[in-house]
Design a protein around this ligand. Structure first.
Ligand code: NAD
Length: 499
């Protein structure tokens, strides 16, 4: 069986540990590879390579760094289909959706290509007589990314292009469920001319993550994953003196006002709920039907849900693939059952969805549950599957209150034809990313991505200007060049106040 390895110091290595995890093919339910699970020694080797590479990479000119990024951009674009195929093989999402993920990641690389502009400092001339001040931002050192299974290319790309462009080195610990795309990314960086040790991949699980969080030479940690782990990572990394941003899980609501175009809203909500089998942190998992048109919305959503073409991600006619593992499927099926037992109405039931020829695949069909209330597990839990709950409320104030009472605050959307209602909504919701008639409001690369409340621990969002701020620290230089010919001022022992 194929073994997926680490990438340390510019080359593949099986490392020091004999622990392995299975990589499944979610469409067939078969084992397809094994991935090495790194030890403390593997982490030490990767951090040592990154520490050593930092000495010269942090001193490389802006032009030299930019040139590598432009070449990397071209290589990723040229290998977009290869990356998409690797994603589909291990994650299961349909290949067109996988290509979309690579494209959105590529946009962060394009943003990072402008690093010379982004790192321009600030200069104040003559702040006091003969004194000038310059503020610059410098890299941190070895930075780490710990990433989830659901976007194996895009989520790491929220991090490494910006970190590397800023002059840092990077150690990526991808999800052990879909580890292959990160190895192709490493190879493309090598071919782009990135010096060995600037980008490293350590495969592994908790053992590896703990070693990264404890390593004294790691300066900063970016994490994306579930809330329970994000909270732990934030605490542990902070306790070890590291800068940390830890993005967690989500429960995203789409509010549909009575004045919305139901056909438009139901189409977009269906796509946001069932695209990528609901395994997106910005997926819509709760539709909030406001007022008296709820029945019409449910009918339209049910019609859409039953028409989604479910099949293997490699089939170009599939619109939705399997979920990632058998355990994920079992958990989703149990949560659907819990909603039914709690009194919700199962309008479309995807639990026994069979894909001919793929009976062992981890498929769950699109599922629509009506009359869900906020006490039910199916509402409270992040299901991370193709399950859409409908909650009914009387007015927009009740919809906003419902969203604000939820512990998560990643994304939300409103469907309406009223500008005033949309404005009331965007100002009232305690959520980091808001869509108005846009169901999945993932910010473009030159804005920053991040949620509020239990969807993000730490204060910086990823990519865009906040990403640059996260991967750099400020240095402010105050300087004067005394004129030997000019008369000297007398030295004062008071605190300097300028003049
Ligand atoms: P996960 O939390 O299980 O794993 C994320 C990473 O943490 C992986 O690399 C994993 O190996 C590692 N990990 C797992 N358990 C650990 C432990 N006990 N100690 C240390 N490290 C551990 O998440 P997942 O299932 O891979 O991904 C799905 C989750 O990610 C969902 O909750 C989803 O909402 C979230 N997500 C959030 C965003 C966002 O931007 N907020 C984006 C994508 C995914």
């Amino acid at each position: 069986m194929r073994t997926i390895t680490h990438w340390i110091g510019g080359r593949e290595t099986a490392g020091d540990s004999d622990r392995r995890a299975t990589v499944w093919n979610p469409a067939t339910g078969q084992r397809q590879a094994q991935v090495v699970l790194g030890s403390k020694a593997d982490v030490a080797a990767a951090v040592a390579a990154a520490t050593s590479a930092f000495e010269s990479w942090s001193q490389a000119s802006l032009s030299a760094r930019t040139r590598v990024l432009f070449r990397f951009r071209e290589l990723v674009a040229a290998h977009l289909d290869d990356l998409a195929e690797l994603i589909t093989a291990e994650h299961g999402k349909v290949v067109s959706d996988a290509a979309g993920e690579v494209q959105r990641g590529l946009e962060v690389v394009e943003y990072a290509c402008g690093i010379a502009e982004l790192l321009k400092g600030e200069y104040s001339s003559e702040v006091s007589t003969g004194i000038d001040v310059v503020s610059v931002r410098e890299p941190l050192g070895v930075t780490v990314g710990i990433t989830p299974f659901n976007f194996p290319v895009m989520v790491p790309m929220w991090m490494h292009p910006v970190a590397i462009a800023c002059g840092n080195t990077f150690v990526l610990k991808p999800s052990e469920r879909d580890p292959s795309p990160s190895m192709l990314i490493a190879e493309l960086y090598r071919r782009a001319g990135l010096p060995d040790g600037v980008f490293n991949v350590v495969q592994g699980d908790r053992e590896c993550v703990d070693a990264l969080l404890e390593h004294p030479d790691v300066a900063a940690v970016s994490f994306v994953g579930s809330t329970a782990i994000a909270r732990q990572i934030h605490l542990k990394a902070s306790a070890n003196g590291k800068r940390v941003q830890a993005l967690g899980g989500a429960k995203n609501h789409a509010v549909v006002l009575p004045d919305a175009d139901l056909d438009f809203a139901s189409g977009h909500i269906s796509s946001a709920a069932f695209g990528s089998a609901g395994e997106r942190c910005m997926a819509i998992s709760a539709a909030v039907a406001v007022g008296d048109r709820a029945d019409g919305l449910v009918e339209a959503l049910a019609d859409r849900a039953t028409r989604v073409r479910v099949g293997p991600g490699t089939d170009p006619t599939s619109e939705m693939g399997p979920v990632v593992t058998r355990q994920a499927k079992e958990r989703i099926v149990d949560l659907i059952g819990s909603g039914e037992s709690a009194g919700a109405r199962l309008r479309v039931d995807g639990r026994n969805h069979l894909v001919p020829g793929h009976e062992e695949g981890f498929f769950v069909g699109p599922t629509l549950i009506d009359h869900v209330d906020t006490g039910m597990a199916v509402y409270r839990e992040e299901i991370f599957g193709p399950v859409l709950s409908v909650v009914r409320v009387d007015d927009i104030e009740a919809a906003i209150a419902l969203i604000n009472a939820n512990p998560y605050g990643n994304g939300t959307a409103i469907f309406t034809s009223s500008g005033a209602a949309a404005r009331r909504f965007r100002r009232g919701v305690q959520v980091g990313m808001v869509g108005v008639n846009v169901p999945v409001p993932v910010p473009v690369a030159y804005h920053s991505f991040g949620g509020w409340k239990d969807s993000l621990f730490g204060d910086r969002h990823v990519h865009g200007p906040e990403g640059v701020a996260f991967y750099t620290r400020a240095k402010v230089v105050t300087s004067r060049w005394p004129d030997r010919a000019a008369p000297r001022e007398s030295v004062s022992y008071d605190f300097p106040t300028g003049g």
